[in-house]
Design a protein around this ligand. Structure first.
Ligand SMILES: C[S@@+](CC[C@H](N)C(=O)[O-])C[C@H]1O[C@@H](n2cnc3c(N)ncnc32)[C@H](O)[C@@H]1O
Length: 1017
C-alpha cells in the first residue's frame, strides 16, 4: 500500500507504526545501554535521586511509533523505524567513538573500484582493481571521499569496518544516538521517500506527521510525568507538551528538563550565568563566616562524622564505624586509641596502611555483623576483653502493642539540630579532609585527626545555626515540617529519633543549604535539590573513591553510622549548571502542571505515560525530603499554582482494587480528552501474568481499546537486589478510544482470539524470516515478543467489546476482584497465552513433540534453544517460566547470571531429574503427570520423556555400556514402545541444539540417537 500524500488529515485513519512493528530487541539493548550510562544520562544530572526513570530511547520509540503510520510492508516500516532510532548500520557507523578517515576506509574495505568512492592525490594510480592497499606507494597517497558520494552511502561503507558482533555487544563501544549530533543526517531522503514528507529534522517530521494525522502539530500529554523523561523526549522531537504529576518534585525535575537542560542556546547562557552567580555568592558568604578554614588558612574539603554510643557493658563511648578505612586510595585508616580516663577513644588518622592493613581495617570497625543479614552489633575490647552489644539493644528496641518496633531513643524536638548530651546516640566529627599546598606547590588533600580548634569551630557552627533557626525558618530557607510516618519515612524516626525533615542534616549542612536556598531561583532549584541529595546525614562516605555518596542511592531513607559533610569545594561543583549536549533543546510549547491525573484538563493527540503500577518506589513519601525545603517559599519563576505537598491520599499506589479504581478514574479522564485518532501508550513494569487481567480491566473501564503490546527488556546485575540479579522489563500497551459498543459471546470470542493470536504471531515471525535472510541478519523478535503478541491479541479482541455474554464489561471491570475466583477476563487471557505458547515451537522440534510436552519439558527445550542462539538472559528465562507457569525455574539453570544464564546439561543435572522421594538419579517406574504446585507447575523433569533422555545422556557421558543405557531408558520411559519415537525426536533435537553450547553433550546425544535408531524391539 502506498501511503496517501502527507496532507492535512490524510493519515487520520491509518494504523500506527507501533500497532505493527517495533525493533524491540535492539531497543532493549539501547535502553540497557542508556541506563548503564548512570550520571551520563541526559536528564540524570538534574536529579539522580529520582528513581524509576524511563529511558529516553524507549520514549522516543513510543512517540514516533504512535505518530507515524504503518503501511502494508511491515519489513520496510521496521527498516525506517530503525533509521529514525539510529539503529541501522549506517547510524551505527556514525556512532563510533573515532570515525575512520577516508583513507582508513579505502585501505580496509575491499572495493571493486575505489575510484567510484574516493579521489586520490597524486592521481597516478593504475585503473580499477589494481590497487594494492599494502603497496607503500598506495599507503603514502592522500585519499578523499568523492564529492558526489552521498552521506548515507559513505556511512554504509564505513559500517563495513564495524566489528562483527551481535547488536547488544556492538553498541557498548559506541555513543548513544542522542550523543551524536549528526547521527541522523543520512536518513532523511529515505524517510521522506517512505512517508512522502519533506523533513530534514525530527521537529519537521513530527510537525508534518502531526498535520497529516491530526491537522496540527501534535499535542502530547503525560499525566504521570515523574522526572520528565517521557515529555522531555516528546518535546525534543518537536511536539507541544503537557506534563503533569501529583508530586511537585516530579514537576520541578520536568520543568528543569525543559528549561535548564532543554533551554535554547540564548536562554541557556542566562541559566549558566545564574548558576555561576549563585555559587560565587555562596562561596563569599560561607568563607566570610570562617567555619571552614583553619588557623593555617587551609580550606576544608570534607568533614567526616560518625554516630557514637556508650557501650552498656563498659560505659565507654565508642565511635560507630562499619569500617576503619578512611581512604583506600591514599592508604589512610582510623586507629582507635583508648583513653581509659575519659572512657572513650581518640580517633587517630594513620597514613601508609598496606593493602593487608586496609583489608584488616575494613573488617575491624566497631559495627560488625555475623554473616550477611545478621543483626549489627557494637564491638570493642577493653583490656583485651571483647564486648558486643546489638545495635537494637543500644536503642532499646521492643515490640509495641501493634507489633511495631519502638525504642528508647528520644524523639528529637523541632529546635534540635544535634543530639543532646544525654541522648543514647551521639554524633562526632572524627576526621577532616583539608586542602593544602604540597612541597611541589600543588594543591593536595590530607586527612587529619580532629584538633581542639576544629571542635571549637564545630561548636561555633552549631551555635550559629541555632541562633538563626527561627529567622531562617520564617524566611523559608530551612524546613519546618514533621516527617509523616510511612513505609519508608518511619525508618529515620525509628533508627535515630529524627522527627522533622531538617534533622536529616547536620548543622554545617543546614548552614550551607540555607545559604543556597536563600538565593535559589527557578533555574537553580534543581541544583539546590541536588545539593540536598548529596549532602545530608544519610550521605555516606565512600573510602574507595574519597567521595561523599548520595542520600538516595536507592529508594529508601537509610540512616548511616558515618557520613561525609561537604565543605565549599565539594559544594561548588554541585552548583554548576548541568552539562548540555548540542541536540538537547526542546522545540514546542511545554506546560508543567502539578495535578492529580483525575483532574487532567489538556486535550491531547498522543499520550505516553508510565503510571505508578505496583511501584516499589514510594514517591509520595520519600520526596517529602525535598518538598520540606521548598514548600514554604517556592523559588520565584516556577509556576505559582503548583501544590507543594505530596498529597498522599491522592497518590495512586499498590496494585489492588483501590489502585484499579483510581487508575480507571484517571485514565477515563485522559481518554475523554483524547482527540479523534489519538493514541495512548501505557508503559508498565512487567511483573506477573495477573497484571494483564488488571490492565484489561483498566483499559476497558477507561473507554479505551488495545491495539498492540510490546516488551522491552532492560536488565542489570545489581548487588543491591536480593539474590544479586535484578531484572526489569517494560511492557508498552498501545491503545485508542473505543468507538463502538460491540456485543460478544464468549464461545465465539475464542475463535476470534485464536485467529488474532495466530495473525499477530505470524506477522512477527514473517518479519523475522525476512530479517534473517539479510546478510548477517539477526532475529528482530524473540519469544517474549511473540508471547506478548498473544496477550496483545487477547486484549485487542476483548477490549473491542462493550458486553460479553450480556455482561457489561465496563461495569465488570470496576467490580472488586474476588479472591481465588478467576474472572472471565482471567480465563480469556490464559486461553490466549496458551494459544501463543503453542506457536512458540523451538526451531528443529516437531509441533507434535511440543504439543505433548508438559510445562517443565517446554521450559527446558526452550531454554536449550535460547542458549544455543545466545539469547540466554535471565530475563528471557523468567519470561519463559512465566509463560509456561513453571514455578521454580532456577532448578533448570546451572547459572542464573543475568546476561549469561546456563541451562543444566546432562553433565551436571543436579536435582533436575531426581524424584522428590528418591535421591538416586536413575528413576524407574511408570510415567506420571508431575504434581501441580500451588500456583504453577514444578520445574522438575523427573518422570518425563525429556528427563528420561537426559538421564540416558548422563550415562552415555559416563561411558556406560550402550545396552545398559537402553535398558535404563526403557525402565524410565514406560510404556516404552509407544514413547520411543518421542524419545528419539527429543534426542535428535538435543543433539543439534547442544552443539553450540557443549560439544561433548551433543556428541553424547549423537551416540544415543544411534543407539535408539539401531535398537530392535
Ligand atoms: C512510575 S512514576 C513515573 C516515572 C517517569 N516516567 C520517569 O521516567 O521518571 C509514576 C508517577 O506517578 C505519580 N503519581 C502517583 N499518583 C498520581 C496521581 N494520582 N496523579 C498524578 N500523578 C500521580 C507519581 O508521583 C510518580 O511520579
Amino acid at each position: 500500500m502506498k501511503l496517501p500524500p502527507c496532507q492535512p488529515l490524510a493519515w487520520k485513519d491509518l494504523p500506527a507504526l507501533l500497532d505493527r512493528v517495533l525493533p524491540s530487541q535492539k531497543l532493549s539493548h539501547e535502553a540497557h545501554k542508556e541506563r548503564q550510562a548512570g550520571s551520563g544520562q541526559t536528564l540524570t544530572s538534574l536529579g539522580s535521586y529520582w528513581k524509576g526513570r524511563k529511558p529516553l530511547i524507549l520514549n522516543k520509540a513510543c512517540v514516533l511509533g504512535c505518530l507515524l503510520p504503518a503501511t502494508d510492508d511491515p519489513f520496510r516500516d521496521l527498516e525506517i523505524f530503525e533509521l529514525l532510532m539510529g539503529m541501522d548500520r549506517a547510524s551505527l557507523a556514525a556512532r563510533v567513538k573515532k570515525r575512520p578517515t577516508a583513507k582508513e576506509v579505502f585501505l580496509n574495505v575491499p572495493l571493486a573500484n575505489p575510484r567510484d568512492w574516493f579521489e586520490f592525490e597524486p592521481d597516478v594510480l593504475p585503473g580499477p582493481g589494481m590497487l594494492d592497499p599494502k603497496d607503500p606507494a598506495v599507503r603514502s597517497l592522500k585519499v578523499r571521499w568523492r564529492g558526489d558520494v552521498g552521506l548515507a552511502d559513505r556511512r554504509r561503507l564505513e559500517a563495513k569496518l564495524l566489528p562483527d558482533k551481535p547488536y547488544g555487544e556492538l553498541i557498548w563501544d559506541l555513543y548513544r544516538p542522542e550523543e551524536v549530533p549528526d547521527v541522523h543526517d543520512h536518513i532523511w531522503d529515505e524517510v521522506n521517500d517512505h512517508y512522502g514528507t519533506s523533513a530534514r529534522s525530527f521537529p519537521e517530521l513530527v510537525e508534518q506527521a502531526g498535520v497529516a494525522r491530526f491537522g496540527r502539530r501534535p499535542m502530547f500529554a503525560d499525566p504521570f510525568c515523574g522526572s520528565g523523561q517521557i515529555p522531555y523526549e516528546a518535546a525534543r522531537l518537536g511536539c507541544d507538551v503537557y506534563a503533569a504529576d501529583l508530586n511537585p518534585i516530579a514537576c520541578l525535575l520536568t520543568w528543569g528538563a525543559f528549561h535548564v537542560v532543554g533551554a535554547p542556546p540564548e536562554e541557556r547562557a542566562r541559566v549558566e550565568e545564574e548558576h555561576r552567580r549563585l555559587a560565587e555568592e555562596v562561596r563569599r558568604e560561607l568563607l566570610s563566616l570562617g567555619f571552614e578554614t583553619d588557623s593555617r588558612g587551609r580550606q576544608a574539603k570534607t568533614f567526616l562524622y560518625c554516630v557514637e554510643a556508650r557501650c552498656p557493658q563498659t560505659g565507654w563511648a565508642v565511635p560507630l564505624l562499619l569500617s576503619r578505612v578512611i581512604s583506600q586510595m591514599d592508604g589512610v585508616v582510623a586507629e582507635l586509641v583508648p583513653d581509659p580516663e575519659r572512657r572513650r577513644y581518640r580517633v587517630a588518622v594513620r597514613y601508609g596502611a598496606t593493602p593487608q592493613e586496609l583489608e584488616e581495617a575494613k573488617r575491624t570497625g566497631t559495627v560488625r555483623q555475623d554473616g550477611r543479614g545478621g543483626a549489627p552489633y557494637l564491638y570493642h575490647e577493653v583490656g583485651g576483653v571483647p564486648h558486643r552489644t546489638r545495635i537494637a539493644d543500644l536503642r532499646g528496641d521492643y515490640r509495641g502493642p501493634k507489633g511495631e518496633t519502638l525504642n528508647n531513643l528520644r524523639p528529637w524536638e523541632r529546635d534540635d539540630v544535634a543530639p543532646r548530651p544525654d541522648d543514647l546516640l551521639q554524633e562526632r566529627l572524627y576526621c577532616v579532609e583539608w586542602l593544602e599546598q604540597g612541597p611541589d606547590g600543588r594543591t593536595r588533600t590530607v586527612f587529619e585527626e580532629v584538633r581542639d580548634e576544629d571542635l571549637e569551630r564545630e561548636e561555633a557552627v552549631r551555635r550559629h545555626v541555632e541562633e538563626h533557626l527561627e529567622e531562617w525558618r520564617a524566611r523559608g530557607w530551612l524546613p519546618d515540617m514533621r516527617i509523616q510516618p510511612g513505609a519508608n519515612t518511619t525508618q529515620p524516626v525509628r533508627e535515630r529519633g529524627w522527627t522533622h525533615w531538617h534533622h536529616l542534616f547536620c548543622p554545617r549542612q543546614l548552614l550551607t543549604a540555607a545559604l543556597v536556598r536563600k538565593r535559589c531561583t527557578a533555574s537553580t532549584a534543581c541544583a539546590f535539590a541536588n545539593l540536598l541529595n548529596w549532602n545530608s546525614r544519610l550521605a555516606g562516605w565512600d573510602p574507595s573513591r574519597n567521595n561523599v555518596q548520595q542520600t538516595f542511592y536507592n529508594q529508601a531513607l537509610n540512616t548511616m553510622y558515618n557520613f561525609g559533610c561537604r565543605a565549599l569545594p565539594r559544594v561548588e561543583s554541585l552548583l554548576e549548571a548541568p552539562r548540555q549536549r548540542p541536540a538537547d533543546p526542546v522545540g514546542g510549547a511545554c506546560r508543567v502542571v502539578s495535578r492529580p491525573v483525575a483532574e487532567t484538563d489538556q486535550p491531547a493527540d498522543l499520550v505516553v505515560t508510565d503510571p505508578p503500577y505496583g511501584d516499589a518506589v514510594h514517591y509520595e513519601e520519600i520526596y517529602d525530603y525535598f518538598i520540606a525545603w521548598l514548600k514554604d517559599s517556592p523559588p520565584a519563576g516556577l509556576p505559582e499554582d503548583w501544590v507543594w505537598d505530596s498529597r498522599r491520599p491522592l497518590a495512586i499506589t499498590g496494585e489492588d482494587d483501590r489502585f484499579r479504581l483510581a487508575m480507571v478514574e484517571g485514565m477515563e479522564r485522559v481518554a475523554s480528552l483524547l482527540s479523534e485518532g489519538g493514541r495512548v501508550v501505557i508503559q508498565f513494569t512487567h511483573q506477573s501474568a495477573g497484571v494483564w487481567a488488571q490492565l484489561a480491566n483498566i483499559v476497558w473501564a477507561s473507554g479505551l481499546q488495545v491495539d498492540s503490546a510490546w516488551y522491552v527488556a532492560t536488565e542489570a546485575d545489581n548487588a543491591l537486589q536480593a539474590g544479586g540479579s535484578y531484572v526489569q522489563g517494560t511492557v508498552l500497551l498501545t491503545c485508542r478510544k473505543r468507538t463502538q459498543d460491540l456485543e460478544g459471546l464468549s464461545n465465539l470470542l475464542e475463535y476470534e482470539l485464536e485467529e488474532e493470536v495466530r495473525r499477530q504471531v505470524e506477522t512477527l515471525a514473517g518479519v523475522n524470516e525476512q530479517a534473517l535472510k539479510r546478510p548477517g541478519g539477526h532475529s528482530v523478535f524473540e519469544d517474549p515478543d511473540l508471547q506478548l503478541a498473544g496477550y496483545a491479541a487477547a486484549l485487542s479482541v476483548l477490549t473491542r467489546y462493550r458486553t460479553i455474554d450480556g455482561r457489561d464489561m465496563v461495569a465488570e471491570a470496576r467490580r472488586p476482584a474476588v479472591a481465588g475466583r478467576a474472572s472471565l477476563v482471567d480465563q480469556m487471557m490464559e486461553f490466549a497465552v496458551s494459544l501463543a505458547n503453542n506457536l512458540l515451537v523451538p526451531r528443529g522440534l516437531s509441533a507434535e513433540v511440543w504439543g505433548e510436552a508438559n510445562p517443565a519439558e517446554r521450559l527446558y527445550l526452550k531454554l536449550v534453544d535460547l542458549e544455543s542462539r545466545r539469547l540466554n538472559t535471565l530475563d528471557t528465562a523468567q519470561n519463559m517460566a512465566k509463560a509456561f507457569r513453571v514455578e521454580d525455574y532456577r532448578l533448570q539453570l546451572a547459572s542464573a547470571k543475568s546476561n549469561d544464564t546456563r541451562v543444566r546439561l546432562p553433565s551436571s543435572l543436579g536435582k533436575l531429574v531426581a524424584r522428590p522421594d528418591a535421591p538416586a538419579p536413575a528413576a524407574k517406574g511408570r510415567r506420571k503427570t508431575a504434581a501441580k504446585g500451588p500456583t504453577g507447575h514444578p520445574a522438575t523433569l523427573a518422570e518425563t520423556d525429556v528427563g528420561a533422555v537426559l538421564l540416558a545422556l548422563a550415562e552415555v557421558l559416563k561411558e556406560t555400556n550402550g545396552d545398559l543405557v537402553l535398558e535404563h531408558l526403557m525402565q524410565n520411559a514406560s510404556p516404552y514402545p509407544r514413547r520411543k519415537p518421542r524419545l528419539l525426536a527429543i534426542a535428535e533435537y538435543l543433539e543439534t541444539t547442544y552443539r553450540p553450547i557443549k560439544q561433548e553433550c551433543a556428541n553424547a546425544a549423537n551416540v544415543l540417537v544411534g543407539l535408539l535408531r539401531n535398537q530392535r524391539l
